[in-house]
Design a protein around this ligand. Structure first.
Ligand code: BGC
Length: 747
């Protein structure tokens, strides 16, 4: 009897045991006992599939070596292998050709859908609709698992205040309160209630921690933030993900207090595994162990392998540091074997939880793959999410459009089926978005349109930079002439999906290329211009243009259902309900910027000199966090507060829809603590929100309960301090609205 058969006999004897946490632990132990040191370290190694890489492609010749290592049990997980056929083929090697037959994990960046693309995560965050966000993640899991994937590298829960950083598209914006709620929704969506179900997958909270604070918004750059920021701003969404049961965490590429995250035992061992009692697995980011050499933290691959393993990084993604060097480190007693066992236990535990030991081909069902990918339900929900994510930023009565209106459509993205798909699209090909031309033709069958100057050229690919058109004005004059023939002009401009995302930092976050000049001329010549803005981050539309726009609809990158979703919002089939999850600055000089920046000791603006302000720019943003309009007139009553004997404060407000159309109103509660011994309180902090569905003429109350505990802050040592003293609260439609406030004292 071979070891493999022996192993499966052993397993089947345990299969009857219920899959309780305890039985999983026993099964993990029984496998661990059979493993050699090399096999254990093999489990800690993750390779990219040998094609379709999402990072530096392995050098020629590596593929064969990698297959050989796989056969020897030297690989525990792969990434970017997709499709049942491919997954099954690779899983078969692991199960049938390795000594112990331990199945592989199949990881992938399923970030905003697999083939049926939902809006980019930042756009989804703009919906503030936690149920819709959860459904979106649920659907992504359903579609991706049908293609063999059992682990997604999502959600990204990095808070960032710098829209120059391209990866803001992948997160939930600048606020940790909203970010934590969305982290929970996404984890629940991906993982469901049963990780072993064939249509749920393991989620991954990334990037632990602080990647969103890269200086100057330049990807992979240096970070420097305080412990106070770490505890109060960066960690809350990670903690929420952990409390929601997220299966894995991923290290950041960056450093905290000078220590690269992949070697940070404070973050991994102390905070995550000890303080939070996280039982899942920590994976490095792509090559982040090896990159510690470039950081200047250690000189050799052996050294970084040891540092990462000791610090608590359980799996090495694409550095080959563990497979090359850990065995020797253990034999020479520089890394205790107990640490290896702990890491392997975490990895095996996940494989058991996913049901891979019971059936390594659990996610490999060709029939389900054919029936699920691109199913009607996925499309219906993706369209719904796309509509909910859009934010109406300006409207001078031009929207909604009427079918009888005279409308022409202009702009580089008017008929584009690729740009609005967004950045992380695992299996969706170029050209698969419904363009705006098609969306509007459903309402205006004889729609006339012209693109105007092109925005970019060259390859539209994940790995290649987009070539922006700065010079070629062809199409400009024809578009202007067309505009002159119509009462209303809709113009679709903005960023390509591949202008935001990883490695896509921009120093200027204005409309790329000739688009800004084109738009300026258009608004100078035409009084009713509706800008449909496509963006993977907050963009800057200069004041002279904004003030002349008839309307501005922020569409973000809506994914597969771009055209039909935008058209539904423009036509009023959907009353716009999105609210900004990130501040839109007036000027790059204001960045980094967030609504809740502490005010400092001399808050501006003031007509005097010595106050915190710019001499050449207002402090305020173009559009604040939480901002968004609808086609309805919504009014807020004065807020009320009731103090309960147990110390709870009940705050309420009445909201009225003074319009004839149903509206969704996101009611936001902000607080300011006037004295807090944990440290300097945030200037203002989102402390609650509620989404009300208001029928025509309807009135509803929004009620919030606050306690000293719910407003607690952390000090720089991670100790939690309940709020104490005077608090000001606002229940308002966005973070800048201070119409009515209410003051109370917490003791
Ligand atoms: C990114 C991660 C991603 C990984 C795998 C890295 O470059 O930073 O977010 O999950 O690649 O594709």
């Amino acid at each position: 009897m071979s070891f493999r058969s022996l192993f499966f006999v052993l397993l089947s004897s345990l299969l009857s045991a219920a899959t309780t946490a305890q039985s999983i632990e026993q099964r993990v132990d029984s496998v661990l006992r059979l493993m050699t040191l090399d096999e254990k370290i093999g489990q800690m190694n993750q390779f990219n599939g040998f094609w379709n890489a999402t990072g530096p492609v392995p050098a020629e010749g590596n593929s064969l070596e990698r297959y050989e290592l796989l056969r020897k049990g030297g690989v525990g997980a792969v990434l970017n292998v997709q499709g049942v056929k491919e997954v099954r083929a690779l899983q078969k090697i692991a199960v049938e050709q390795t000594r112990l037959g331990i199945p592989l994990l199949f990881g992938c960046d399923v970030i905003h859908g697999y083939k049926t693309l939902t809006p980019i995560p930042l756009a989804e965050a703009a919906s503030w609709d936690l149920q819709a966000i959860e459904t979106s993640a649920r659907n992504a899991a359903i579609e991706a698992t049908a293609a063999g994937i059992n682990w997604t590298f999502a959600p990204m829960v990095d808070i960032s205040r710098d829209p120059r950083w391209g990866r803001v598209m992948e997160g939930a914006g600048e606020d940790h309160f909203l970010g934590a709620k969305i982290a929970t929704a996404r984890v629940k969506g991906f993982q469901g209630t049963d990780l072993s179900a064939p249509n749920t997958l393991a989620a991954c909270a990334k990037h632990f921690a602080g990647y969103g604070f890269v200086q100057a918004g330049r990807d992979y750059h240096h970070t420097d933030f305080s412990a106070y920021t770490l505890y109060n701003t960066i960690l809350p969404p990670f903690k929420a993900a952990q409390e929601a049961g997220v299966a894995t965490f991923m290290n950041a590429f960056t450093a905290y207090n000078g220590i690269p995250s992949s070697a940070d035992s404070f973050l991994m061992r102390q905070v995550l595994k000890k303080d939070w009692a996280f039982e899942g697995m920590v994976v490095s980011d792509w090559g982040s162990i090896q990159e510690m050499m470039a950081h200047g933290y250690a000189a050799s691959l052996q050294e970084v392998a040891e540092l990462a393993a000791l610090a608590g990084c359980d799996m090495d993604m694409e550095s080959s540091a563990y497979v090359k060097h850990l065995a020797e480190a253990v034999l020479q007693k520089r890394v205790p074997e107990a640490r290896i066992n702990e890491a392997v236990r975490r990895i095996l535990r996940l494989k058991f939880q996913l049901g891979l030991f019971d059936d390594p081909y659990r996610y490999c069902d060709e029939k389900r793959e054919a029936a699920t990918i691109g199913s009607a339900t996925l499309h219906k929900d993706a369209l719904d999410m796309a509509k909910k994510s859009m934010v109406l930023l300006e409207n001078k009565g031009v929207l909604p459009l009427q079918a009888k209106d005279e409308v022409v459509l202009l702009g580089a993205i008017a008929n584009d089926r690729t740009a609005p798909l967004g950045n992380w699209r695992v299996s969706a090909d170029n050209g698969t978005a419904i363009p705006l031309t098609e969306g509007l033709q459903a309402y205006f069958p004889n729609l006339r349109w012209a693109t105007g100057p092109m925005a970019w050229s060259g390859p539209e690919a994940f790995h290649a930079p987009i070539q922006v058109n700065e010079t070629d004005t062809s199409g400009w004059a024809a578009a202007m002439q067309l505009a002159a023939t119509s009462k209303t002009v809709v113009v679709a401009l903005g960023e390509h999906g591949y202008q935001s995302g990883e490695g896509r930092s921009r120093s200027s976050i204005r409309l790329p290329g000739l688009q800004e000049a084109f738009l300026r001329e258009l608004v100078q010549q035409h009084p009713r211009v509706v800008l449909v803005l496509f963006a993977g981050r907050p963009l800057i539309i200069p004041e002279d243009i904004r003030s002349k726009l008839g309307a501005l609809l922020l569409a973000w990158q809506p994914g597969t259902h771009t055209g039909d979703a935008v058209a539904a919002v423009l036509m009023g089939q959907h009353n716009p309900s999105g609210r900004l999850p990130m501040t839109f600055p007036r000027h790059e000089g204001q960045i980094p910027m967030a609504y809740n920046d502490p005010t400092g000791g001399r808050p501006g603006p003031s007509s005097d000199v010595f106050w915190s302000q710019y001499n050449d720019l207002p402090n305020s943003p173009a559009y604040p966090f939480g901002y968004g309009l609808s086609y309805s007139k919504i009014s807020y009553s004065k807020p009320k507060m009731q103090a309960l004997p147990d110390g709870r404060k009940v705050l309420s407000v009445e909201i009225t829809n003074n319009s004839a159309r149903p509206a969704t109103e996101t009611v936001q509660l902000y607080v300011k603590l006037h004295a807090n011994k944990a440290g300097i309180p945030a200037g203002k902090q989102l402390a609650g929100f509620q989404q009300l569905q208001l029928g025509p003429g309807a009135k509803q109350s929004a009620i919030f309960v606050l306690t000293a505990e719910s407003l607690a802050l952390f000090d720089a040592n991670g100790r939690k301090h309940p709020a104490k003293g005077k608090v000001t609260a606002w229940i308002v439609p966005n973070s800048a609205d201070e119409t009515d406030s209410i003051n109370f004292v917490l003791d």
